[in-house]
Write a protein that binds this ligand. Structure first.
Ligand SMILES: C[S@@+](CC[C@H](N)C(=O)[O-])C[C@H]1O[C@@H](n2cnc3c(N)ncnc32)[C@H](O)[C@@H]1O
Length: 381
C-alpha cells in the first residue's frame, strides 16, 4: 500500500513567477484550496483530490502544481540515490511510459541542479532494471511523467508535476512572433488590470495575441488547461478518473459566450496578424477576438476602453533608441486620443517606463523569462 506525502497530508506546492505571489494565493483561495502559505517563488496549500484536479485544470497564474512524494534531509548524492529508491516507481511508471525530471538545487552540499536530476533518474532507472532487466525511457519534451526535485539547505523534496509540464503552455499558441509574452504573465497582467469585461479591451501591439487569447479565456471562462491532453495527475497511483471527469465536465460546462467586439487588437506586422489569427482559431468563441493590421499611429483613438499591451522593448527586439522614440509617440497617442480610457502597459525593460512621458498611477514589478519587467497603470483624463 503506497503512502506518499501528498496522500497523508493533502499538501501541495504551486510555482509562481516573482511578483505574482499575491495573485497566486488569491487564485488558490478562489479555487477552493485551504491552508495557503507563501513559499519561495510559490505557495503551499492543501486540497482534496477533486479540488486539486480543478486547480490544475483552471489555474491561469501558476506555472506548476507539484504533489510531494517525500521530503528528506539530503546531505550527499549517495543518500539522494538511496532514498529515492524507497519510492516504488512502478506506482507511477511502466516500461512503456516515459519520464523527465526538472531539478533545482540551492544552498546545499549537492551543488548542481542538473546533476541532482541525473542521480534521481539513475535511481529510477536502476530500480526498474533490478526488477525487470529493462528501463523506462526519458523524454525531455513530452514525458508521460514529469517529476520535480527541489533541494534547499540540504532538504530534498521529490514531487510529481501534476500538470505534466509547465502550465504556461496552454496549447493555443501554435504560431509565434519575436518576443512573445508568456501566457501566465499575460494572465497575471489581466488579473492585475482588474479588467472584467465591462469595457472593451484593445491591445495595439498584439503580436501573436497572447493578451487577447488570455482575455478571451478569462472572460469566456475557458479553463486554462482546456487544450491540454496530458496531465501529470493521470500517473498518480490514486488517480480517480470518475472525479476528474466530473471536474472537467463541470468546468467545461461553465464556458460562455461573450458580447461581440469586446476584445480587439492591432499590430503593424503582417506576420503577427497571421499568428494571432491562427492562435485564436485554436480556442472556442475565437471569432470574438477581432484583429486588424495597423500602426498604432494610424488608429483613430479610443473611448471608454481598457488598453492592455506590451510594446516592443529594446532588449529583445534590438533597437533601444527606436523603442524610446516609439514609446514617446505612443505616450502622445494615449494623451491625445484615449481620454477616458485606462492603459496597462507591460515593459520588458524597466528603464523604458520614463520614455512614455506619462506618470503611472501604479507600478508592479513582474519578472518573466529572464526579463526584469514592470506593469504600469495609467488613467487617461
Ligand atoms: C513585444 S511584441 C508583443 C508581443 C505580444 N504581447 C505577444 O505575446 O505575442 C511588440 C509588437 O509590437 C508590434 N509593433 C511594433 N511597432 C508597432 C507600431 N508602430 N504599431 C503597431 N504595432 C507595432 C510588433 O510587430 C510586435 O508584434
Amino acid at each position: 500500500m503506497n503512502d506518499y506525502l501528498y496522500q497523508r497530508t493533502n499538501h501541495y506546492f504551486g510555482q509562481l513567477a516573482s511578483g505574482t505571489e499575491k495573485c497566486g494565493m488569491e487564485e488558490l483561495k478562489a479555487l477552493g484550496a485551504t491552508h495557503i502559505k507563501p513559499g519561495y517563488l510559490g505557495a503551499f496549500f492543501c486540497a482534496n483530490p477533486r479540488t486539486i484536479y480543478d486547480i490544475v485544470y483552471r489555474t491561469r497564474i501558476f506555472s506548476r502544481i507539484l504533489a510531494p512524494l517525500m521530503v528528506f534531509d539530503c546531505h550527499s548524492e549517495k543518500y539522494l540515490y538511496k532514498t529515492a529508491q524507497n519510492i516504488d516507481w512502478t506506482d507511477f511508471l511502466t516500461l512503456t511510459k516515459t519520464f523527465a525530471i526538472t531539478s533545482n538545487v540551492a544552498d546545499s552540499n549537492i551543488t548542481h541542479s542538473q546533476y541532482a536530476g541525473q542521480i534521481l533518474k539513475d535511481a529510477i532507472v536502476d530500480q526498474f532494471r533490478d526488477k525487470t532487466g529493462e528501463r523506462p525511457n526519458v523524454d525531455k519534451y513530452n514525458p508521460d511523467l514529469q517529476l520535480n526535485l527541489y533541494i534547499h539547505e540540504n532538504k530534498a523534496r521529490i514531487s510529481v508535476d501534476l500538470g505534466g509540464g509547465s502550465l504556461h503552455k496552454r496549447g493555443y499558441r501554435t504560431e509565434s512572433v519575436e518576443a512573445p509574452m508568456q501566457e501566465t504573465l499575460a494572465a497575471i497582467i489581466l488579473q492585475l488590470s482588474g479588467w472584467n469585461g465591462e469595457r472593451p479591451l484593445h491591445d495595439p501591439f498584439c503580436g501573436s495575441g497572447t493578451l487577447l487569447c488570455e482575455a478571451l479565456m478569462k472572460q469566456c471562462h475557458i479553463p486554462a488547461a482546456y487544450l491540454r491532453h496530458k496531465f501529470g495527475f493521470l500517473r498518480l497511483p490514486d488517480f480517480d478518473a470518475a472525479v476528474w471527469n466530473q471536474v472537467k465536465t463541470k468546468a467545461n460546462g461553465e464556458i460562455r459566450e461573450i458580447p461581440d467586439e469586446l476584445i480587439k487588437g492591432s499590430d503593424i506586422s503582417p506576420e503577427a496578424l497571421k499568428a494571432v489569427r491562427t492562435n485564436r482559431a485554436n480556442l472556442p468563441d475565437a471569432g470574438n477576438i477581432k484583429v486588424r493590421r495597423a500602426d498604432f499611429r494610424s488608429l483613430e483613438g479610443f473611448e471608454n476602453t481598457t488598453l492592455i499591451t506590451n510594446p516592443p522593448y529594446g532588449i529583445r527586439l534590438g533597437d533601444k533608441e527606436g523603442t524610446a522614440i516609439l514609446l514617446k509617440e505612443f505616450g502622445d497617442f494615449l494623451k491625445q486620443k484615449c481620454t477616458g480610457c485606462s492603459a496597462f502597459i507591460y515593459y520588458g525593460d524597466t528603464t523604458l517606463v520614463k520614455k512614455l512621458g506619462l506618470k503611472p498611477e501604479w507600478k508592479h514589478p513582474l519578472r518573466s523569462g529572464g526579463l526584469d519587467g514592470v506593469l504600469c497603470k495609467y488613467e487617461l483624463y
